[in-house]
Ligand binder design. Structure first.
Ligand code: ZN
Length: 99
């Protein structure tokens, strides 16, 4: 028996934590220059990954880590989409924000 299941591993552009590709959010810059989320993980183009943590996404946007990883500008619409994605999750498991 050979346990040669290859799981693709990618790292979050923000926290650099390595995870399975399928558990990360993929952002792709397609060959025509469009930047968008890629739920399939198969879209052609340059990809950047986010682990999905609210803080990571916030940092990736604020510090333009996503833009740097993709070497292009991240459209506002995509930023909004990402923030909404995390705030929905955050609302579901709000545990207090004392910091
Ligand atoms: Zn992260």
């Amino acid at each position: 028996m050979s346990g040669d299941k290859k799981v693709p591993i990618r790292s979050c552009v923000s926290c650099r934590v390595h995870s399975e590709k399928k558990s990360l959010i993929r952002i792709v810059r397609s060959p025509d220059g469009q930047v968008r989320m890629d739920p399939t993980g198969k879209a052609p183009g340059r990809g950047a990954y986010l682990c999905g943590a609210k803080e990571c996404i916030a940092q990736a946007i604020k510090k333009n880590k996503l833009g740097r990883a993709l070497r292009c500008e991240v459209p506002e619409s995509l930023k909004t989409e990402l923030i909404r994605l995390t705030s929905e999750e955050g609302a579901a498991m709000a545990t207090g924000n004392a910091q």
